[in-house]
Design a protein around this ligand. Structure first.
Ligand code: LLP
Length: 436
């Protein structure tokens, strides 16, 4: 996003105003260029250090087929959490090992479908092995390990390893799981962990990589088994708060690969493939929501009512997550009244544009829907457009049609072109499948 170009907020060279007029609001907008850049940055950073490296895109973070395809075209494989995500990846052309199936608490139906899909299956627990074997013997089998370290800069529910986590096999019990699989005749293995989402400290990724390798190294040696891949998960964070620092991906890759080199050598793991499965890092900052101000109320405090509410973007209400908000508006002096994160900006004459503290709310019949509290923003009027940042990951995928406020449309901007990649939900979509 360019905050202001030709006097309006722009995505690449397309203005928020033009998109809102053509497609309506609320509207999810993604910048293709940014997604490609994010992918290449991460890919290059790691490949430089360990060429046998593969990104599996976490489809759950944004499963719009146009976005998944865009990343596949860059070279991403797909990390899928469910049968439907596998079907989506297959529909887009992914096959076999290009799909990693990492579900949890799976049904027999899921396990069967996983086997039939020929995807790499990553089991969340040793108890699933026997059930999986009813449907055949996988050529390569992976287990998800809980290394007993977890972290998130968002919320405790984004911490996915450690004693409170529902995921993975406690690392102390991992050897038993691989021994069982070897006994069952499986000869090729992978290992996986996903310890937390949205971490911006490079040292953390080094620490978890070391812990995982210290777990699998002795297993490979003691059981005399071969690992095809070692998957250290996703979790690469992005800054949401105004003063948050971005993750230094170069430094992260250096640190991770340096310990990876040392430990693979120490345990004789050879040129094993290093896998990561990011979602947020690839698409998070490439997505935005354009909303419109529909009503303003001076109550005990000032509410700015927009069509971006908790059902359009669930993260603030679910996790107390912060998303930067811009108002697409100019001052009387022709300067943007942008306060990216609430700081007053100056007019052409150097006078500060005084922000006022308002609470941004959606239209749902829940007070939780007043989701951006006491933000300092330029004075809004009914009809103004707002733009919400960092909505590319866990945005649309977590939207829902509560109160009959239906899901938004999605648009992909690529340079000066834009196209609808999902139309707005209609009343017919909403009631389809219901029986009365
Ligand atoms: N791999 C697995 C097995 C995962 O469960 C996840 C995310 C990822 C990869 C990708 O993680 P990422 O690179 O995006 O951090 N709804 C929450 C985030 C939940 C993450 C779920 N799993 C949020 O909006 O903050």
């Amino acid at each position: 996003m360019t905050p202001y170009q030709n006097s309006h907020i722009c995505f690449d060279s397309v203005s928020a105003k033009e998109l809102a007029e053509q497609y309506g609001t609320p509207l999810y907008v993604y910048e293709a260029g940014r997604i490609r850049e994010n992918f290449q940055q991460l890919d290059h950073a790691f490949k430089k250090e360990w060429p046998n490296f593969q990104i599996y895109y976490a489809v759950k973070s944004n499963s719009n087929p146009a976005i998944v395809k865009l990343l596949m075209n860059e070279g991403a494989f797909c990390d899928c959490a469910s049968l439907n995500e596998i079907l989506l990846a297959q529909k887009l052309g992914a096959k076999g090992k290009e799909i990693l199936f990492s579900g949890n608490y799976l049904s027999d139906e899921d396990l069967k479908a996983g086997m039939e899909s020929k995807a790499y299956v990553n089991l969340d627990d040793a108890s699933l092995l026997e059930r999986l074997l009813k449907f055949g013997r996988p050529e390569v089998l992976s287990f998800r390990i809980n290394p007993d370290i977890g972290k998130s800069n968002v919320h405790e529910s984004d911490v996915m390893a450690g004693k409170q986590a529902k995921f993975g096999i406690p690392w102390e019990k991992a050897k038993e799981a691989y021994a069982k699989a070897k006994e069952a005749g499986i000869t090729k293995f992978g290992v996986h962990m996903m310890t937390g989402s949205c971490v911006t400290e490079p040292e953390y990724f080094e620490e978890i990589t070391k812990k995982l390798l210290d777990c699998v190294g002795p297993i490979a040696r003691d059981l005399n088994i071969k690992f095809e891949f070692i998957d250290i998960g996703g979790g690469f964070g992005i800054p949401y708060l105004p003063d948050e620092k971005p993750l230094d991906i170069e430094k992260t890759a250096k640190k991770v690969c340096s310990i990876f080199k040392k430990k693979t050598k120490e345990f004789g793991l050879g040129d094993v493939q290093l896998v990561v499965e990011p979602g947020r890092y690839l698409v998070g900052d490439a997505g935005f929501i354009i909303g419109r101000v529909h009503a303003i109320k001076e109550s005990y405090k000032k509410f700015v009512g927009t069509d971006v509410g908790m059902s359009v973007l669930a993260r603030p209400v679910l996790y107390g997550a912060y998303h930067g908000i811009h108002v697409d508006k100019m001052t009387a002096h022709g300067e943007p009244t942008k306060t990216a994160h609430g700081e007053p900006t100056k007019t052409a004459h150097g006078e500060p544009v005084e922000p006022e503290k308002v609470t941004i709310t959606g239209q749902a019949c829940e007070n939780a829907d007043a989701w951006a509290k006491d933000r300092a923003l330029p004075k809004c009027e009914v009809g103004d457009l707002i733009v919400v940042e960092n909505a590319g990951a866990y945005g649309y995928v977590m939207s829902y049609p509560y109160n009959g406020r239906l899901r938004p449309a999605e648009v992909l901007v690529d340079g000066s072109t834009h196209k609808l990649i999902r139309r707005r939900e209609t009343f017919e979509d909403w009631i389809s499948g219901t029986i009365s």
